[in-house]
Unconditional design. Sequence first.
Length: 216
Amino acid sequence: MTASSPSLDQRAAMDRMYRLTRHIYDLTRKPYLLGRDRMIDGLDVPAGGSVLEMGCGTARNLVAVGKRYPNARLYGFDISSEMLKTAEANVRHSGLTIALGEGDACRFDAAATFGVARFDRVYFSYTLSMIPDWRTALAHGLDLTAEGGCLSVVDFGFCEGLGVPARALLHGWLGLFHVTPRRELEDEMAILARKSGRRLRFERPARGYAQFGVIS
């Protein structure tokens, strides 16, 4: 891998973005990252089950999962070493046991990092819209999902029920932060579900503000 590889470029971009903003990330994102807690409530983690967050950011979600499912085994990784500094501090403050690692969602080696090859629950929370090669990351997330497990995704949608002006305003603003809602998310999840012999449940809550899908 060379210094000009997409993975290293993405890591550098995320580190630049979050070097300072990581300190206020959760406070500023709470009003508009809709559906995260609903997704967590729906994970239905079995006793002692393993949970992996693809792109864990500040570990806010993993801490919430740990409180909701106290017997779960928790894992998360992120491409940004800067963001992981905040994640590690949040995990220490929570008192929970959460294993963290650094890596690219398109090729993360969970077995090498955590000693776990497959997980009962895997999820992306508002991360696919920031990953350039999001289709590869999504497919890799499903590869990391154990047989009988679930892959969940929550992310920005296309505001079908909010109208063109609202969509243009939201998406224009998101673009300032290198966020691109994925119009083909449902189609891509449907393809992966069909190829793997699984089922897809997909919704567009809040009048299409968000997209929420589960492959099980």
